[in-house]
Every structure is written in C-alpha cells, then in structure tokens.
Design a protein around this ligand. Structure first.
Ligand SMILES: *Cc1c(COP(=O)(O)O)cnc(C)c1O
Length: 360
C-alpha cells in the first residue's frame, strides 16, 4: 500500500458516534456530526449517518457541496458564518447556516429569494470565548430585524466555547444560553427548534447531570474521530482513540551522533536545536514532514521518540526499536496533526474495518 496514508476504521468511528448519541439522547441532546476534519469525505459521512447521526455540519461550503454532489442524504449546516462572496452557494447547498452578522443574513435573504428557497439561520451568541457571536445584549434586536427578512427562517441560537480561548462550557454559560432561548421565545412567540450548546468540549458538561434546560444539540467532530475530550485531551471512557492512524515509511535508518556538528543557528522553521545527551543513537527518517502534518501532534509507537521534523522529513530516535528502510510505522494523531494530514495532497486516505484490520 502507498505511504504515507491515513487509515480510518469505519467500525470504530461508528462505535464512537453511536456511543455518544446514546449517552446524549437521555439528556435531550441530538448530535450534529462535524465533517470538516475529513473534508466531508462521503464514505465517512455515510458511516456517521448509519451510526444514527441526523444532521451534518461543516465550516467550509466546498465540503458541503462535495457531500451534496455525492448524494449524502442529510440536512447540512454551514457552521461558520458565511462569506458575503459565497451567499448564493450557501443558499443553494446548505439547509442552515450559523450567523452573527445582520448584513450577511440580509444577503442570504436576497440570495434565497433569487433561488426561491427558504434558508434556516441559527444566531450565534458570544458567551466568553471571544470567537464568533452576537453580544448577548444585542441578540433580541438582531433577531427582531432578521425576522422581517423574506425567505429566512430563525431556527435557533447557539454558541461556541473553548476553541479560541479555552473557556470551558459549564452550568453558568449554558444556563445563560438556555435563558436567552427562552427569552426569545417569550418575546416573539416562537419555539426555537435548535439550541446548540457547542462542540466536543461541551461533553463533560452535557454528561455531568447538570440541567440541560433548552439546550438540545451539540456539534461533535473531535470526540467522534479521536475519542478524546478537547478540554483536557483525555480519552473519553468507552470510545476508541485509535480510529484514525497515520502510516509513514522509513527512508533512512543509521547510527548517528545525537549532537549536531558545526556552528548552530536557526533551522528551517526558526527553531533552535535542543540539547541532547552525548553519544550515538539509531536515527531513522520517515518520509513525512511539516508540509503534511503537525509533527509534534503525532503519537509515536512504543520505543520511538520524535526528534524533529523539516518540510519533508520526520526524524526519530529508534534506538529501542531498530528499523529498516522500507518499514512502516503507525502514529496516533491529535486534532492539529489530523487536520493537516487530511489536507495534505501527499497523504492518501484508506478506509478500513475491524475485519480488514484482523487480516493484517
Ligand atoms: C469545528 C467546530 C465544531 C466541532 O468541534 P469539535 O471540537 O471537533 O467537536 C463545532 N462547532 C463549530 C462552530 C466548529 O467550528
């Protein structure tokens, strides 16, 4: 098989999705699976739907368009506020978009009238993490203005925490979101159908037994793909953390000194060489680098240490696990390594199942 490649085990992925859906259902919370980390790959999206996910969300319209072309039968939400330059594409391909700017919603309205479609809007609220969102005090006024816009339907409100500043979802900010939803309903006589509390970082709160109030949806990417809680990067009980692995190939394996020789300045990425113990080590080079992934977000197999990386070379200390040229090595990935690996044109994606893994 060609290397480097990402191996994606669909059975493990489905187990993760199914488990999270089952745990959240009694809390009155549905799951929107977030497809951006795998660029909307149709076979992965289909596996998530088979696991019981009802709707899909992506931050890039290109990924949503691709899933539409592939005939993925699901409601699709653009979870980043649309660019003004893309409103026609958004209305044509996404059923719903997350929004925080009235100007954008008004252009979506114009585009929706042109396309003779109704476009659903979820208003995003800023609750402390300082990424997207309307300030809470301005939510009602924004909703009032958008309710006058033709071909636009206010479906709900939402928030996003943890991604920019690491603000943890808790009873305080979630109760605030819930109360804002109740207050909009009371003011406008609506019943907001979506109150989406956040991303994988919300799981701890959602499963803690705290009152979920009006909150009825989470958007999950990392927790399904990596089985990991993004607040503390801990494995989530009962989920697979090896659903996706990166396989790279050894192109050089030699005994080399641990210390560089010559006068030291910056390397290609502005880093200075770390001081290491004296002597020699069994150094191996894998044909993968900064252009393909986040080398420091890779989890090497037992007995292997990552020493450094340049654009196309990953250098490891394999003293405890001698390697030969042509051998393959498997790595776990964190979110950053996964995002970059998925977008590298040099890394292929291979779908596996538990059955195909047993055969190896
Ligand atoms: C990426 C993203 C998500 C999913 O985040 P995970 O941490 O991968 O679960 C949810 N909501 C929004 C708005 C996002 O941009």
């Amino acid at each position: 098989m060609s290397a480097p490649r990402l191996e994606i085990n669909l059975d493990k992925l489905q187990h993760n999705a199914r488990t999270l859906i089952k745990r959240l259902a009694p809390r009155g919370i549905s799951v929107t699976a977030v497809t951006k980390a795998f660029l909307g790959a149709p076979e992965i999206a289909l596996a998530l739907l088979r696991a019981g996910v009802r709707s899909l969300g992506d931050s890039r319209i290109e990924n949503i368009e691709m899933m539409r072309r592939a005939g993925i039968p699901a409601a699709m939400t653009l979870i980043r506020t649309p660019m003004l330059s893309q409103v026609d594409r958004v209305v044509a391909h996404a059923d719903v978009s997350f929004n925080s700017e009235l100007e954008v919603i008004s252009q979506l309205s114009v585009a929706a009238q042109r396309a003779k479609r109704i476009h659903g809007v979820v208003l995003m609220v800023e609750l402390g993490d300082l990424r997207e969102g309307i300030m809470p005090g301005e939510l009602e006024q924004t909703a009032r203005k958008m309710l006058r816009l033709p071909n636009i339907q206010l479906l709900g409100i939402g928030t996003n925490l943890a991604c920019r500043s690491g603000v943890s979802p808790d009873s305080h900010n979630m109760n605030e979101l819930s109360a804002l939803a109740d207050s909009l309903d009371a003011t406008f006589g609506t019943r907001l159908s979506i109150v989406t509390g956040g991303n994988s970082a919300n799981l701890q709160w959602a499963l803690s037994g705290a009152d979920t109030g009006h909150i009825n949806n989470l958007r999950l990417g990392e927790a399904i793909l990596l089985g990991c809680d993004p607040l503390h990067r801990q494995p989530i009980d009962g989920l697979h953390t090896d659903t996706i692995e990166l396989v790279a190939e050894v192109i050089e394996a030699k005994e080399k000194p641990t210390q560089p020789r010559g006068e030291l300045a910056q390397n290609a990425f502005g880093e200075k060489s770390q001081h290491r113990r004296e002597g020699n080590c069994l150094q191996a080079i894998l044909a993968i680098g900064q252009q393909d992934t986040d080398p420091y977000g890779l989890q090497p197999p037992h007995g292997v240490n990552i020493l450094g990386a340049s654009s196309d070379h990953l250098i490891i200390d394999a003293s405890d696990r001698p390697l030969t040229v042509g051998e393959e090595l498997r790595f776990g990935l964190n979110y950053s390594a996964l995002l970059r690996a998925m977008t590298s044109p040099f890394i292929s994606r291979v779908i596996t199942t538990n059955k195909s893994e047993q055969k190896k």
